[in-house]
Design a protein around this ligand. Sequence first.
Ligand code: ATP
Ligand code: MG
Length: 162
Amino acid sequence: DCDLTDLLALLLKSAQAIAQERNLELITDLPENLPLTKANLKALREVLSNIIDNALKYTPAGGKIWIQAGQKKANFQGIAISDTGPGIPAEDLEHLGERHYRGVQAQTEIPGTGLGIAIAKQLIEQMQGEIEVFSPAFNSKITSLQHPGTTFIIWLPEVKDW
Ligand code: ATP
Ligand code: MG
């Protein structure tokens, strides 16, 4: 079983430093007493840092990034990472998770290897979790903003205490 609190604190600390450097506002919502999840800490760290890394690098300066833990659906709890970046166009969305696939825009402008999401997907599947992506962003807190944006939700199986 895995306690998310420390892991998230660690990841947010380094994300905050990069956000500041890139002039992005990082808004976090981490409820106390998160339920335990079934996850391999090391793998989960890799997953979250890949998704957060994308939000930090694809969102233009002046934008916002939200990291919200404590999302719920039956038997899962989720961590949502949303941004006010360019969003992921439909033609890229269908290829997301293919090794070395890079978005049309990213190919020309922003360096990367196209492996981050492929790795995240594989690790999440090993944990019997799920990864969801919404673009344009759907998050209720940001629907009022006029931008496409991207939201990833990492769903982890909840621990049942029978
Ligand atoms: P790296 O291996 O360094 O992570 P990458 O970021 O290009 O390279 P992925 O993380 O797998 O690779 O992302 C795949 C593609 O999805 C990116 O090239 C980019 O086009 C698109 N993408 C991912 N996250 C976002 C985001 N938050 N906003 C906009 N586009 C994104
Ligand atoms: Mg990436």
